[in-house]
Write a protein that binds this ligand. Structure first.
Ligand SMILES: [Mg+2]
Ligand SMILES: [Zn+2]
Length: 194
């Protein structure tokens, strides 16, 4: 079953999570991701990236740095004939230091703000969307909205998996080894059987 769109996390899901990544030179694609983005584009599955970037609120880097990384990611993906339909990031954190960013917002995951914005901007039906991430907080907004959720074992995924069994939504989450496994799931229709 082909999703209308995939709303996915960035660090630890698409690229290696190097703690507060802040410049394009630090980008390391997780194996198989670029090829998968190309295949998803061929199938007309929209991919939207939603990412918490609290490094801005913490004063580690600014929004220009976040956008420079996202611009490079977009270039890399377009270089393999893939596409990222949109990027959303939350620069906030309740305990940050940077003025204007340090408050409890409604976009930092697990809050649903970025997901709701993506749904509005791209006229998505959440029931036909998949959400993918390496932390439970990446999946919770999508689960609340009725999306199909996948936890990857890259990034922080192995730790998240340990916590998953204690969550009421555990049985609604499918664990996959990495983002690249998505493509074979679409082709095999495995997800329909869940
Ligand atoms: Mg992550
Ligand atoms: Zn926010």
């Amino acid at each position: 079953m082909k999703p209308q769109a995939i709303i996915c996390d960035r660090d630890g899901t698409l690229i290696e999570d190097c703690h507060f990544l802040s410049c394009p030179e630090q980008i390391q694609w997780i194996p198989g991701v670029l090829e998968t983005l190309k295949l998803l584009n061929q199938l007309n599955v929209k991919v939207l990236v939603v990412t918490n970037q609290s490094g801005v609120a913490r004063g580690y880097f600014d929004e220009i740095a976040v956008e420079a990384v996202n611009t490079q990611l977009r270039r890399d993906v377009e270089g393999v004939s893939g596409a990222i339909a949109d990027f959303y990031y939350c620069p906030h954190h309740p305990n940050g230091q940077a003025i204007g960013y340090s408050y409890a917002c409604d976009c930092r995951k697990p809050s649903p703000g970025m997901f709701l914005q993506a749904i509005r901007d791209h006229k998505l039906n959440p029931a036909q969307c998949w959400t993918i991430g390496d932390r439970l907080r990446d999946l919770e907004p999508g689960l609340q909205l009725g999306m199909t959720a996948f936890l990857v074992e890259t990034g922080s995924g192995v730790q998240a998996l340990q916590d998953l069994s204690q969550r009421p939504y555990a049985r609604q989450v499918t664990v996959i080894s990495s983002f690249a496994e998505i493509f074979s799931l679409i082709q095999s229709d495995t997800v329909i059987a869940l």
